[in-house]
Design a protein around this ligand. Structure first.
Ligand SMILES: NC(=O)c1ccc[n+]([C@@H]2O[C@H](COP(=O)([O-])OP(=O)(O)OC[C@H]3O[C@@H](n4cnc5c(N)ncnc54)[C@H](O)[C@@H]3O)[C@@H](O)[C@H]2O)c1
Length: 466
């Protein structure tokens, strides 16, 4: 089966970059990315590639190459579904905020809506690909909806979870460690799997394209995120121990990471992980385990989240404590708001929770982030509903210049590991701050020795104080 037209529902952080790379690598396939969010589609179609709604290094080039040739962004969802032989579902699957499973289970409202829309709009057989991260056995529900509300049309469901990391999405897509495709073990299932394998085989070596049953594929995505997050929580747990024993977490990480059985990646201690996926996917895993009565399994993975919350909380408490137990009316500069460098995504960013705790203490926070705008910062903090919008607006500002953010502050906190922070003129920043000037390096990226020579008091994660 040869695919000539693809539709992708959801033009977000996954749908946009993933489809842009498929279109770049498969010029003979027409790829249409659709979304109900008109502003987002307009931004994807913006002449000026600096205005794309997702910031990822190299994405502007890929979109610039394929857009208008075989890559299209549109709000015409039904038309795109109708003409495609393969439909990707790449909509959001956030944690439920209401009802049964509130705070843990994935909210599958948008997935179900997509399935119903695909069923209603289709008048020819289609392969439906789950690109969104979904609880294990979701394909069963999708299949049930498709086969009971369709127009006699046949659907094959594949699971093809996305493993890209924001900040390196284009590179991850172009040189994926592996691509995972789960499908039914029937002749039609195998044919559908092959059709998707053929697409990825345009640029991914065949041995890196793994095929499994649908349930293994769905569960592998959740567990990949759980295991990655677990490494972060493990190293962060050890960072607290380092601070009281005068061991140095970077030295410990280097020492354990040199063991080839452990490996060096994802052992960087920090203020805590963020992003839209880790927490949501682990909570989902916890919920599923608990719903099967596996209490110990659920408790085990839940601890990864608890450790992360603790790490964010103790970073904020450390700032308050070192500023003589009061930050009321004191200016604190935040460098970074995005959940990691090289992305404009702020979902679940540690910065939001650290800020919220400091705002409870009536601190005045001034934020600088190279890619995040004021509106987003306000919307993130207002979303928590800890206090009114007016109060948030009065206590939390964002400025376009990092030196302006730091001027007259009592402390600077590094919340995102943007490379440019390392290059700043730290002497100039020191001179403009109130004394004693303090730095809280939540990402351990700065040269602490040099900062101490300038006169700063430096607090880092998992490091002795002096
Ligand atoms: N962000 C990541 O790094 C990442 C990585 C791997 C997997 N995932 C998974 O991919 C999925 C999408 O994540 P994201 O970060 O791209 O989300 P996102 O919120 O950035 O994008 C989802 C888009 O889907 C659109 N949408 C929702 N319902 C729709 C409908 N019925 N019709 C048309 N459009 C609709 C929304 O308007 C939104 O623009 C999630 O399941 C997530 O867990 C995300």
């Amino acid at each position: 089966m040869k695919i000539s037209k693809i539709c992708c529902i959801g033009a977000g952080y996954v749908g946009g970059p993933t489809m842009a790379v498929i279109a770049q690598k498969c010029p003979e396939i027409k790829v249409t990315v659709v979304d109900i969010n008109e502003a987002r589609i307009a931004a994807w179609n913006d002449e000026n590639l600096d205005n794309l709604p997702v910031y990822e290094p190299g994405l502007d080039k890929v979109v610039g190459e394929a857009r208008g040739r075989n890559l299209f962004f549109s709000t015409q969802v039904d038309a795109a579904i109708q003409e495609a032989e393969m439909v990707f579902i790449s909509v959001n699957t956030p944690t439920k905020t209401y009802g049964e499973g509130k705070g843990q289970a994935a909210d599958l409202k948008w997935i179900e809506l997509c399935a119903r829309q695909i069923a209603a709009a289709s008048d020819s057989d289609k392969i439906v690909v789950e690109k969104s991260t979904l609880p294990v056995r979701t394909a069963e529900a999708v299949k049930d909806i498709l086969s009971n509300t369709g127009n006699g049309v046949k659907f094959q469901i594949l699971s093809n979870p996305e493993f890209l990391a924001e900040g390196t999405a284009v590179e991850d897509l172009q040189q994926a460690d592996r691509v995972l495709i789960g499908g039914e073990n029937s002749p039609e299932g195998k044919e559908a799997i092959q059709a998707l394998v053929d697409i990825y085989a345009h640029w991914i070596p065949r041995e890196r394209i793994l095929t499994t049953n649908v349930w293994s594929s769905e569960l592998s995505k959740l567990t990949a995120n759980a295991v990655l997050a677990q490494r972060v929580s493990s190293i962060n747990a050890l960072s607290e121990l380092c601070e009281v024993t005068e061991a140095d977490i970077d030295e410990v990480a280097r020492a354990i990471g040199a063991d080839s059985r452990i490996g060096g990646k994802f052992l960087k201690a920090s203020v805590g992980f963020g992003g839209s996926c880790f927490q949501k996917d682990i909570l989902n895993l916890v919920y599923i385990s608990r719903s099967y009565g596996l209490t110990e399994v659920a408790d085990y993975w839940e601890q990864v989240i608890k450790m992360n919350d603790h790490q964010k909380g103790r970073f904020a408490r450390k700032i308050v404590k070192s500023l003589y137990n009061t930050v009321s009316g004191k200016k604190i500069a935040f460098l970074g708001w995005a959940f990691k460098k090289d992305t404009n995504d702020t979902r679940e960013s540690a910065a939001i929770y650290v800020a919220d705790q400091l705002l409870n203490e009536k601190a005045q926070i001034s934020v600088f982030d190279p890619k995040v705008k004021y509106q987003q910062i306000q919307s993130d903090i207002n979303y928590l509903q800890t206090r009114g919008k007016e109060e948030n607006g009065a206590l939390l500002e964002s400025v376009a210049d990092p030196y302006e953010a730091c001027k007259d502050s009592h402390a600077v906190a590094i919340l995102t590991e943007w490379d440019e922070f390392v290059q700043y003129d730290w002497k100039k920043i020191y001179d403009s701050m109130l004394k004693p000037a303090k730095i809280f390096d939540g990402r351990n990226i700065l040269d602490h020795e040099q900062l101490r020579e300038i006169g700063f008091r430096v607090y880092a994660i998992g490091k002795p104080l002096e």
